[in-house]
Design a protein. Structure first.
Length: 273
């Protein structure tokens, strides 16, 4: 059972110093095997394997065009692999990928796997509360009152309750992204995916989104994060994955950024940090 997220109000408080996480438990939540993905004649993933354990924070990084976001999007079948197996909690998803065992639909998968994108994808005509509540009403079939109550709790977790009645145009980019995180969290996912969630933000707004993600990590949420924020990755990442040219070139656990061996990995890290 996950530890409840701490409640907070604006402004987002400075997170506590990083602490050493316990070793990842052996139970596998996400397993990708032999994932290949092509767009036309261009194959962008060349048979990638990746496992994510319960409560683990996996960070995927690498140069543009290396296949990071495509790999992340295969986890919830926003990009359906041409070949390979996608399993979430032991259940295989997606047509044409079966290797035996239980199977599920993409809709069932997305009830367990939340995702936050580079762009905020908020409805401009709805308030922050309305954006979160709409997701609950359409996905969980909740009534208006119940949906708004849960939406308010999710906004409070992200320090945004005082902004619940504001429209996206009245919020900063960092606040909009935190509304998007609240929307995903309100659906009670078991796994959260983040696709470069700070890349569309002004530098001064990055910290508040990373702070919200830091609190989420501390709560025990299983997370897979595509990011170039390597100092943040060093702090929360249990398992680091460097991708290059559609493959995992190198990976490792805590301390990986300081002891990687692949020259291409070292070159990339030196250029980013």
């Amino acid at each position: 059972m996950r530890t409840p997220l701490p409640t907070m109000n604006e402004p987002l408080p400075t997170a506590s110093p990083a602490v050493e996480h316990p070793p990842a438990r052996p139970d596998v939540v996400v397993r990708l095997e032999g994932i290949r993905k092509s767009f036309g004649k261009n194959e962008v993933l060349h048979g990638v394997d990746l496992s994510v354990h319960q409560g683990e924070h996996v960070v995927i990084f690498g140069p543009s065009g290396s296949g990071k976001s495509t790999l992340l999007r295969t986890i919830n079948l926003l990009e359906e692999p041409n070949e390979g197996s996608v399993r979430i909690f032991g259940v295989e998803y997606g047509p044409g990928l079966t290797r035996g065992g239980p199977r599920g639909s993409a809709i069932e998968l997305r009830r367990q796997v939340g995702m936050v994108f580079q762009q905020f994808n908020l409805f401009p005509h709805l308030t922050a509360l309305g954006n979160v509540a709409l997701a609950l009403r359409t996905t969980k079939r909740m009534g208006r009152n119940e949906a708004e109550e849960r939406a308010a709790r999710a906004l409070q977790q992200m320090g945004l309750l005082r902004w619940a009645a504001h429209f996206p145009a009245e919020l900063s980019g960092g606040q909009q992204q935190r509304v998007a995180i609240a929307r995903a969290l309100s659906l009670d996912p078991k796994v959260m995916l983040f696709d470069e969630p700070t890349s569309a933000l002004d530098p001064e707004l990055v910290g508040e989104v990373l702070g919200a993600m830091r609190l989420l990590a501390e709560s025990g949420m299983t997370m897979v994060i595509v990011t170039h924020e390597l100092n943040f990755a060093r702090e929360i990442g249990d398992y680091m994955v460097f991708m290059d040219e559609g493959l995992i070139a190198e990976s490792g656990r805590r301390g990986f950024l300081d002891r990687c061996e692949n020259p291409r990995t070292k070159q990339f890290i030196a250029a980013v940090l």
